[in-house]
Ligand binder design. Structure first.
Ligand SMILES: CC(C)(COP(=O)(O)OP(=O)(O)OC[C@H]1O[C@@H](n2cnc3c(N)ncnc32)[C@H](O)[C@@H]1OP(=O)(O)O)[C@@H](O)C(=O)NCCC(=O)NCCS
Length: 262
């Protein structure tokens, strides 16, 4: 293995501009604000070559579960062990928690070697939203951390309180519509049934009609999203390590907060 001259440091706000350069280099749409929100609920590390950020990795602890994200190595420094080193650092921060991540094809071999196993696929849909009529009444209302915990096993009270945007509620679930990347993003979509999840997604599309909207679907709704103008453009592989058996719940996560935060 080729050795590299770099050092690993705790990720702080001073590293955000360098981190943004890396995510843009990887073709990801994150804005500085998107990085800042994720960092605000995370611990993380950067790899520095002098003062230049050449690698990033974040760990967000939500109760008994940690999500690992923003694992990026500068294109000129890949294949030299830096990704593995960054992963070791954030896995250390996750401690005994179950770990989750959404893998790109680039990351998959590394995560498999580290003991992560695939649990499903995430379908990224996006496009210019078409107007729609929700099949159930949807009103504005605060996100519900208890429903989110029941669906995901993650206590994201702090994240849901600070992520901004507008909360939308039906009798069967809730979602949040907020600015992200190239436009807006809807998620999480937490619902007890498909009809409620569709109504929440349709209301988001109605509110964004004519503008860019993204949703990262964790279960079903792909055809419905496409009918709202949101084409399937890719996605990732949901992976876990050290998962405990899920507590049964009527509520399910239909769409993620983001690929980073599950
Ligand atoms: C994923 C990424 C972070 C890996 O970083 P890296 O520094 O190149 O990774 P490493 O050199 O530490 O390689 C880690 C291991 O994965 C293996 N690996 C990496 N890419 C591989 C590939 N395409 N095929 C097979 N094995 C691969 C390496 O052989 C290495 O194994 P080893 O430690 O047993 O020798 C980097 O490719 C990247 O930044 N990609 C773009 C952003 C991205 O997609 N990130 C993943 C987000 S989930």
């Amino acid at each position: 293995m080729t050795t590299t001259k770099h050092r690993i440091e705790t990720f702080g706000p001073q590293h955000l501009a360098g981190a943004l350069r890396l995510s843009q280099q990887a073709g990801w749409p994150h804005r500085a604000e998107d990085w800042a929100l994720t960092l605000s609920v995370s611990d993380g590390v950067v790899a520095l070559d002098g003062e230049v950020v050449v690698g990033t990795a974040l760990c967000s602890c939500f109760g008994d579960v940690a999500t690992l994200s923003m694992i990026i190595v500068d294109a000129s420094m890949r294949g030299r062990g830096l990704g593995r080193e960054l992963m070791a650092a954030v896995m250390d921060r996750a401690g005994p928690r179950a770990m989750r991540l959404v893998a790109t094809t680039d990351g998959l071999p590394l995560y498999e070697k580290l003991g992560f196993v695939a649990t499903g696929t995430i379908a990224q849909h996006q496009g210019i939203a078409l107007t729609a009529t929700p099949e159930q009444a949807v009103t504005e209302g605060e996100p519900d951390p208890a429903l989110d915990l029941a669906a995901s096993g993650m206590d994201r009270t702090n994240l849901l309180a600070r992520m901004g945007g507008v909360g939308l509620r039906t009798t069967g679930g809730f979602t949040v519509l907020r600015d992200f990347g190239r436009g807006r993003l809807v998620g999480p979509i937490v619902a007890s049934n498909d009809a409620s999840a569709r109504a929440l997604l349709a209301e988001a599309a109605r509110r964004c009609a004519g503008g860019f909207l993204r949703v990262d679907l964790a279960r079903g709704l792909s055809d419905f999203a496409a009918s709202l103008g949101l084409a399937h453009v890719g996605g990732g592989i949901a992976m876990t390590r050290g998962a405990r058996p899920a507590v049964p719940s009527d509520f399910k996560t239909y769409a993620l907060v983001s690929q980073a935060l599950g």
